[in-house]
Design a binder for this molecule. Structure first.
Ligand SMILES: [Zn+2]
Length: 264
């Protein structure tokens, strides 16, 4: 599998540097590692099948990228609470479970905030440009396979590497025309930074999705030739002047900003 992204960084989003953010980062520090290990053990013990969940999720092809993870952590929270309240739990186990419960609640609440914010952004985007939203919502690959587009609005995304939006670029192991992402085959993962221009960032990434999903195999070949050995920094990939995905972004953004000025 090719491990690439088209990443949208300094050349388009310098204006959002140092913008204040509103959500907390969903990570733990190293000194929480023993607890995380215990959490991971109980997580897998209690884990519902993610694939089964994804297959039964909403009919819309644009999906909130936090949804399946949130369902899992809600499940985890119930499992830990159940174990904590069980009469068979020893005092020693209860002590460990109490700590696990605390961190599970913290992480789950942060996920909920990320999920809610992503849902809000998607709702607003649909109101601003329903045509573009529906175009991505109905995106299919070269062979006509419906392809889901998972969206994550991420707090502090881009703070370290100058990348404020990305669309993954990966081919399925069994079909070079089929997109794949961490969510499985026939799916794309789009990440955008939480910032005042988040709608514009999302429109930008939708420009990549609109070109790359139906032209995956040919675009991967172009991408490898254009960026593979060129030494381009990751922030420049996907945006050479003659890159067809870049040209798609330009077209989409022009239309999006025209509609945004008019209002929904
Ligand atoms: Zn880009």
């Amino acid at each position: 599998m090719n491990q690439h992204v088209v990443s949208c960084g300094m050349q388009i989003v310098l204006f959002i540097l140092n913008q204040p953010t509103t959500m907390n980062d969903t990570t733990f520090s190293n000194n929480k590692r023993p607890l995380l290990l215990a959490l991971a053990w109980s997580f897998f013990f209690l884990l519902p099948p993610i694939k089964a969940y994804n297959q039964s999720a909403s009919q819309s092809n644009i999906k909130n990228g936090y949804e399946s993870e949130l369902v899992q952590w809600n499940h985890q929270l119930k499992g830990v609470s159940y174990a904590l309240n069980s009469s068979k739990t020893t005092p020693c186990q209860r002590k460990v479970l109490t700590k696990i419960l605390k961190y599970t609640e913290v992480y789950r609440n942060q996920l909920q905030k990320s999920y809610d914010r992503t849902s809000e952004v998607l709702r607003t985007f649909k109101e601003n440009d329903p045509e573009l939203f529906e175009q991505v919502n109905n995106i299919r690959d070269k062979d006509g396979n419906v392809t889901d587009v998972y969206i994550k609005v991420i707090n502090d995304y881009g703070a370290e590497n100058g990348i404020y939006g990305s669309t993954n670029l990966n081919q399925s192991a069994h079909d070079i025309d089929a997109y794949t992402s961490p969510y499985g085959d026939y799916s794309v993962l789009v990440k955008v930074a939480e910032c005042p221009k988040v709608l514009s960032l999302l429109a930008h990434e939708f420009g990549h999705v609109i070109y790359q999903v139906p032209n995956l195999a040919s675009y991967v070949m172009y991408y490898q030739q254009a960026y593979g050995a060129s030494g381009n920094s990751i922030t420049g990939r996907g945006h050479l002047p003659d890159d067809p995905s870049h040209l798609s972004v330009k077209r989409v953004l022009k239309s999006f900003h025209r509609k945004s000025r008019k209002g929904p």
